[in-house]
Design a protein around this ligand. Structure first.
Ligand SMILES: [Zn+2]
Length: 81
């Protein structure tokens, strides 16, 4: 099944770590909760704020998100060839 623009668009450091989110997460309404690739729930406010450089340095990359993204990329490449 082809995704409808839900390809992963952004990494964002939030309180629970640096997670990957779909492009649509950026358009979520304030007060909503959005789900990271790994299923972690994050407040939209936290997702859409502009992260400070220190956040990127201090927050650990979520390995679940990282792995899921990698698998997704590999699948996309296989479909192209
Ligand atoms: Zn995650």
């Amino acid at each position: 099944m082809r995704s409808d623009g839900t390809r992963v668009g952004l990494w964002q450091p939030v309180s629970s770590g640096r997670h990957a989110f779909g492009v649509r997460a950026r358009q979520a309404e304030p007060g909503e909760t959005v789900e990271a690739m790994c299923g972690a729930e994050v407040d939209t406010d936290e997702l859409q704020r502009v992260a400070e450089e220190i956040d990127w340095i201090m927050k650990q990359t979520c390995m679940d998100c990282w792995r899921l993204l990698k698998e997704q990329q590999q699948q996309a490449q296989q479909q192209q060839s």
